[in-house]
Every structure is written in structure tokens, then in C-alpha cells.
Design a protein around this ligand. Structure first.
Ligand code: F6R
Length: 238
């Protein structure tokens, strides 16, 4: 595990953006695993700027998103589909992008087809992750057993609570999601996790204590051979 410490959110986002610029220069047809949430917004902004300035080009690259609420309409303002097109995919030039389909009538089949598409693309070169305050990655919530492939899962109460800030009062909030599983995550050649803000401090302490905790899904990532964390001072608490 490599840990890159940054002064603040902006430095974290710039450092991560440099990572992508380098990767796409080396391998223009990279397959990128992408995340949503508030943490990668700064990175996406920097990547859009780099694209507009001609510094990065995604025309040969493909992307697969980690997860999507289920059920949710693609054009719902809080769907991860809307988030991705508003903040990133709609502003750059990926050859192909896939996001698990929150409208799928048969979610199990959707997951099987999604995994097939990842395999067909040659697997994920770089998977971007955030971390939930309960240690979840994607929507792999704390559990005593973890699912390998993309699957339909129920969200933890703490996740529903944490994400309620995005939904209007009284609006129906999805309680389930389609998410890549641990097999997809571990099969990714490299993993990049971004962590920012004081709310992540308690989980960061458990993540970085050199132990694997089965109730902190992200702590299992220390077993991955190419796992980098870019973290800001607020999250580290130093
Ligand atoms: C998002 C995702 C989640 C988030 C996590 C952190 O696609 O899979 O695991 O990465 O909930 O969210 P933020 O960045 O909003 O703190």
C-alpha cells in the first residue's frame, strides 16, 4: 500500500489527476473503473480541464462505474448515471462508458452482462475508489462474507443516512444498489483510493492501523499488490 499525503482537497485532486494523465499517456486505451460521491468531484473537474486544454485524451479509453442505486431511473437527478454525465462523462470523450443499469428489469442478469463487458474490455487497469464512513467500498458494506462479482445488495442504514443529504425531504431514497464485488475490485490491475475530510478520520484510523478488519471492507485492500491512497490532512487528522 502506498500512501500519498496531501495538504488539502485541491492538492489531492491535482495529484490524482496527474496519475490519470500519466496512465493515459502510457496506455491510451486504458480501462478505467470510476466512482461517484463527493470525493472525486475535484478530480473530475481537473480531468475535464486537462481534456479541454488538450493534455489528456480519452478517445481510446473505456470506463466502467463501480455502482448504481437500484432501482433508479437513469435520468433521476440523484442517479449515478446523471452524476457521471453531468460531472465527467458528458464533458470528455470516452470511446465507451458503462454504468450498472438501475432500471434493469432483471438485476441479476444486468450484473452478469456488466461483468462480461468488463472481461471483454480486458479488465480494469485503474479502479478509482472512495471510502464510506463505515469502510464500504463501492457498495460492499461491512459483512462477515463478501460477494465476488457485480451483485444487487442492500445498503447499510449508515450509508442511507450518509447519502440522504443528496435526496429531497420526503423523496423516496433507494435502499439497494448494483455494485462491483470484491472479485472485480481485486482483479483490477491498480487501485487508487481518494480520501478527504474530517468525517473520514475514524475510519482512516482503522484503515491505516496495519490490520485487516472484516468489518472494514476497505482494509482488505492492503492485500492488493498495487493499491495507492491519496489522502488529505483533514482525513489523516495530523
Ligand atoms: C461511489 C461509491 C461509494 C463512495 C463512498 C464515499 O461510487 O461507491 O463507495 O465512494 O460512499 O462517498 P463520498 O465520496 O461522498 O464520501
Amino acid at each position: 500500500m502506498i500512501i500519498i499525503r496531501c495538504e488539502d482537497y485541491d492538492e489531492m485532486s491535482c495529484t490524482a489527476a496527474e496519475y490519470y494523465v500519466e496512465l493515459l499517456q502510457k496506455k491510451p486505451n486504458s480501462v478505467l473503473g470510476l466512482a461517484t460521491g463527493s470525493t472525486p468531484l475535484g478530480l473530475y473537474e481537473k480531468l475535464v480541464e486537462a481534456y479541454e486544454d488538450g493534455v489528456i485524451d480519452f478517445s481510446q479509453a473505456r470506463s466502467f462505474n463501480l455502482d448504481e442505486y437500484y432501482p433508479i431511473e437513469k435520468n433521476h437527478p440523484q442517479s449515478y448515471h446523471s452524476y457521471m454525465y453531468e460531472n465527467f462523462l458528458g464533458k470528455v470523450n470516452f470511446q465507451e462508458s458503462q454504468i450498472p443499469n438501475g432500471e434493469a428489469a432483471d438485476p441479476e442478469n444486468e450484473c452478469i452482462e456488466f461483468d462480461k463487458a468488463i472481461n471483454l474490455a480486458g479488465g480494469i487497469d485503474l479502479l478509482l475508489l472512495g471510502i464510506g464512513t463505515n469502510g464500504h467500498i463501492g457498495f460492499n458494506e461491512p459483512s462477515i462474507s463478501y460477494t465476488l462479482a457485480t451483485h444487487l445488495t442492500e445498503l447499510a442504514e449508515s450509508t442511507i443516512e450518509a447519502n440522504s443529504r443528496f435526496f429531497a425531504d420526503g423523496e423516496l431514497q433507494p435502499r439497494a444498489a448494483l455494485t462491483m464485488g470484491f472479485g472485480n475490485i481485486f482483479a483490477s490491475k491498480s487501485i487508487l483510493m481518494l480520501i478527504s475530510g474530517a468525517s473520514k478520520r475514524p475510519i482512516v484510523q482503522r484503515l491505516l492501523d496495519d490490520k485487516i478488519h472484516t468489518d472494514v471492507p476497505a482494509s482488505l485492500l492492503s492485500l492488493h499488490p498495487d493499491f495507492t491512497i491519496i489522502i488529505d490532512r483533514e482525513a489523516l487528522g495530523d
